[in-house]
Design a protein around this ligand. Structure first.
Ligand SMILES: [Zn+2]
Length: 279
C-alpha cells in the first residue's frame, strides 16, 4: 500500500509538472469587432477598443464594458497601453480616445499617424499633456518593421495594406502589431490586413524570428487559401482566433458557415481565451 502511495504521489508531481508547463500565460478578452484586452498579470494592453460604427454588421462595445473602460474598473484597471490598427470608424473613434486618455492618465497610446492626427481635431490647449502619451507611428507600405519598447512591452510594428489592396483604401495606414508582454507572451493583431502573401514575403525573416503564441487575424484570412497560408506558414502561431466577425455568425460553432468550421472565432463580447505556453 505504502509503495503504491509513493508511486501515486510521484504521479501527482509529474502531473503538476506537466500542468506547470501549461501554466496559463495570459488571458485575452474579446471586446467587439477587432477589439481585444490582453492581460499577463499586471501587464495589460488594449487593441482597437473604442469605436462607434458597426455598419449594421459587426459587434459594438457593450455599454457595461465601455463604462468599466472609462472608469478604469476591472478588467480595465491598470491598462498600460492601447494600440490602434487604423483610422476607420469600426476600429477607432478619435473623440472617444481623446476623452479616454484624458480621464485615464496612465495609459499610453500607439496609433498610426492618421489616427493620432484625427485626435488633434478634438483637443484643446489643455489636452497638450495628453499628447505626451501618444506615439504616432508613421510607416509607409514596404517600410521595414520597427521596434518600440516601454516597460513590460516589446512592440513590433509593420504596415500591411488594408484588405482591398491594390484597388481600395491604399492610403489607409493599417498597422500590424506584434506585442510581447513581460518578455514572455507574444500576440499578433493584424488590423484589417490584406491576405496577400506579397505583403508578408518581403519580411519573411521578421515573421519567422519571433514565436507568436496567439494571433488574431481578421476572419477573411480563414476563408481564403492565401490567408490560411500566411497564418500557417508566415505567422505560425500556437493558436489563432479570428476577429472582425459579423454579428450574424452564431456563438455556437456548430452553426458556423462551413468555411469557418475547424477555426476559432470570437463572436460575442466578453469571450475569453487562455494563452498557454506550448513551446
Ligand atoms: Zn478598416
Amino acid at each position: 500500500m505504502r509503495g503504491l502511495l509513493i508511486k501515486f504521489s510521484a504521479l501527482l508531481i509529474l502531473i503538476s509538472n506537466i500542468a506547470h508547463a501549461q501554466t496559463p500565460a495570459s488571458i485575452v478578452t474579446y471586446l467587439a469587432n477587432e477589439g481585444l484586452l490582453v492581460e499577463r498579470g499586471d501587464t495589460k494592453i488594449l487593441i482597437d477598443p473604442l469605436f462607434r460604427i458597426n455598419f449594421g454588421y459587426y459587434q459594438l462595445l457593450p455599454e457595461s464594458m465601455e463604462d468599466a473602460l472609462f472608469e478604469g474598473q476591472p478588467p480595465f484597471d491598470g491598462v498600460d497601453a492601447i494600440f490602434i490598427s487604423h483610422h476607420h470608424a469600426d476600429h477607432f473613434s478619435a473623440p472617444d480616445m481623446m476623452r479616454l486618455l484624458s480621464v485615464r492618465p496612465d495609459i499610453k497610446l500607439y496609433a498610426p499617424k492618421q489616427a493620432a492626427a484625427a485626435m488633434r481635431a478634438f483637443a484643446n490647449e489643455y489636452d497638450e499633456i495628453v499628447f505626451e502619451r501618444v506615439v504616432p507611428i508613421e510607416l509607409a507600405y514596404k517600410d521595414a518593421p520597427i521596434t518600440l519598447e516601454m516597460e513590460g512591452l516589446l512592440i513590433e510594428v509593420v504596415r500591411i495594406p488594408h484588405s482591398g489592396w491594390p484597388r481600395r483604401v491604399t492610403d489607409v495606414e493599417n498597422l500590424s502589431y506584434r506585442v510581447t508582454l513581460d518578455g514572455a507572451t507574444t500576440v499578433l493583431h493584424m488590423g484589417d490586413a490584406d491576405p496577400n502573401d506579397v505583403h508578408f514575403a518581403r519580411d519573411a525573416d521578421y515573421w519567422a524570428k519571433t514565436h507568436t503564441h496567439m494571433a488574431f487575424p481578421p476572419i477573411w484570412f480563414f476563408d481564403s487559401p492565401a490567408g490560411q497560408d500566411i497564418v500557417e506558414n508566415r505567422i505560425s502561431p500556437d493558436h489563432s482566433v479570428g476577429v472582425h466577425v459579423p454579428v450574424e455568425v452564431s456563438d455556437d460553432p456548430a452553426k458556423w458557415p462551413v468555411q469557418y468550421r475547424g477555426f476559432d472565432l470570437f463572436t460575442e463580447p466578453g469571450q475569453t481565451r487562455t494563452i498557454l505556453y506550448k513551446k
